[in-house]
Write a protein that binds this ligand. Structure first.
Ligand code: TTP
Ligand code: MN
Ligand code: MN
Ligand code: MN
Length: 376
C-alpha cells in the first residue's frame, strides 16, 4: 500500500487520487507561486522540478488549514528542500524572490504570451523567441512567418479566447451541443467534463463527452454535428480528428499523450442572448454601440464507444494532476495500466471493464472521489 503520513490526525497520501481536493484552497498564495515555477520549468523542459513543484502545489490544495509556518508542512509528502525554501520565503518575507525573478524574466513572459494564443505551443513560441520576437504585434507583423490555420484562428479570436469562459457561457454552449446532438440521436449521452464538471465557475474552454448506449451509431455523429453548425454559421474553427483506437491496445504509459477517440477541437460562436448571466438589462444598453453580439468560445468534443465511456469520463474530468497520480497509483501500487480507454491488470493479464467511474475506483481499490473532490 501507499505510504501515508499522519498530520494532526489527518491521513495524507502522496497520491492525489487518495486525497479529497475541493476548490476551497487555504493555501492559494503558496500554490499560485508554485504553479508559476511549474510553468517556467515546463517552458525550460525541466521535468524533475516541474513534477516536484506540481506535486507540492497539489498536496497543499487538499489541506484543511492555511500553512503559516514551515513547521506546519513537517512530514507532508513532496515537501523537498527546493519547495521548503520557496515556502519559507513566502511565509517569512511575504513573497519569493525566485518567483518574482521568473515573473520578470523576458523568456518566461514571452513564452507565456505566445502560448496564450490558441494553436501556439512551446516549440513555436521558442522559435519566435529565438527570432527576437517579443510581442504578439511583432508576430502578426512579421511577413516571414507562416501561421497554421489553428494559429490564424487563435489570433483572429484572441480577445474572446483569452477571457475566461463563465459557467453561464458553458451552460449556453451545453445547450447548443445538446440541441444539435439530440436532433441527430435522441439517445445520445452528452456530458460536460473538464473543469466545469469539477465545479469550477470559469475555464479556458468547455469540454464535452458524447456516447450512444447500445450501438455503434456514434461514428457519423460528429460529422453531422459539424455540418449542422456550418449551415447555422456557428463554427468559427474546427479540427476533426478521426479515431485511431484499437480494442486490443494496452493502455498507454504516457500521461500526457493524446487519447485515440474521435474528437473535435472547435471554436463556437455563442450569441450573448443565449447566455443567462442576469445582466440582460446592461447588455441592452450597450447593444447599440456594440455590433458584435457573440463570443468565440473554445469547445472540445470527444466521442467514445459506450463500453469505454467510463474511462473517457474519468480521464476527461481531470484535473491533470489528479489524472497523473491516478495512473501512477495504478502502475506502482496495483500493477495495472490505466488510460482514457481502458484498465489492464498486468498480473491477471486481462482488461477490467467498467460501466461507471465508481467501478474503476473499485477495481483500483480506491475510495470513490466525486468530480469536485478531484481538483488536485
Ligand atoms: P482541459 O480542458 O485542458 O483542462 P480543464 O478543463 O481541467 O481546465 P480549463 O478550465 O483550463 O479548461 O482538459 C480537461 C481534461 O481532459 C484534463 O484532465 C486532461 C484531459 N485531456 C485528455 O484526457 N486528452 C486530451 O487529448 C486533452 C486535450 C485533454
Ligand atoms: Mn477544459
Ligand atoms: Mn486548461
Ligand atoms: Mn479542453
Amino acid at each position: 500500500a501507499a505510504n501515508s503520513l499522519n498530520i494532526g490526525g489527518i491521513r495524507i497520501s502522496p497520491y492525489a487520487c487518495q486525497r479529497r481536493t475541493t476548490l476551497k484552497n487555504y493555501n492559494q498564495k503558496l500554490t499560485d507561486a508554485f504553479e508559476i515555477l511549474v510553468e517556467n520549468y515546463e517552458f525550460n523542459e525541466n521535468k524533475e522540478f516541474c513534477l516536484a513543484f506540481g506535486r507540492a502545489a497539489s498536496m497543499l490544495k487538499c489541506l484543511p488549514f492555511t500553512v503559516v509556518q514551515v513547521n506546519d508542512t513537517e512530514g507532508l509528502p513532496w515537501m523537498g528542500e527546493q519547495v521548503k525554501e520557496i515556502t519559507e520565503d513566502i511565509l517569512e518575507e511575504g513573497e519569493s524572490s525566485k518567483v518574482k525573478a521568473v515573473l520578470n524574466d523576458e523568456n518566461y513572459r514571452s513564452i507565456k504570451l505566445f502560448t496564450s494564443v490558441f494553436g501556439v505551443g512551446l516549440k513555436t513560441s521558442d522559435k519566435w523567441y529565438k527570432m527576437g520576437l517579443r510581442t504578439l504585434e511583432e508576430v502578426k507583423c512579421n511577413k516571414n512567418l507562416t501561421l497554421t490555420r489553428m494559429q490564424k484562428a487563435g489570433f483572429l479570436y484572441y480577445d474572446d479566447l483569452i477571457s475566461s469562459v463563465s459557467k453561464a457561457e458553458a451552460d449556453a454552449a451545453t445547450q447548443i451541443v445538446q440541441d444539435t446532438v439530440w436532433k441527430i440521436l435522441p439517445d445520445a449521452v452528452v456530458t460536460l467534463t473538464g473543469g466545469f464538471r469539477r465545479g469550477k465557475q470559469a475555464g479556458h474552454d468547455v469540454d464535452f463527452l458524447i456516447t450512444v448506449p447500445g450501438s455503434r451509431q456514434e461514428e457519423e455523429l460528429l460529422h453531422t454535428v459539424i455540418d449542422i453548425w456550418k449551415t447555422q454559421e456557428l463554427l468559427l474553427y474546427y479540427d476533426l480528428i478521426e479515431s485511431t483506437f484499437e480494442n486490443t491496445k494496452l493502455p498507454s504509459r504516457k500521461v500526457d499523450a493524446l487519447d485515440h477517440f474521435q474528437k473535435c477541437f472547435a471554436i463556437l460562436k455563442v450569441h450573448k442572448e443565449r447566455v443567462n448571466e442576469g445582466s440582460a438589462v446592461q447588455s441592452k444598453v450597450f447593444a447599440e454601440e456594440e455590433t458584435k453580439d457573440w463570443k468565440a468560445i473554445r469547445v472540445d468534443l470527444v466521442v467514445t464507444p459506450f463500453q469505454h465511456y467510463a474511462f473517457a469520463l474519468l480521464g476527461w474530468t481531470g484535473s491533470r494532476q489528479f489524472e497523473r497520480d491516478l495512473r501512477r497509483y495504478a502502475t506502482h501500487e496495483k500493477k495495472m495500466m490505466l488510460d482514457n480507454h481502458a484498465l489492464y491488470d498486468k498480473t491477471k493479464k486481462i482488461f477490467l471493464s467498467a460501466a461507471n467511474e465508481e467501478e474503476i475506483f473499485s477495481h483500483l481499490g480506491l475510495d470513490y472521489l466525486e468530480p469536485w473532490e478531484r481538483n488536485a
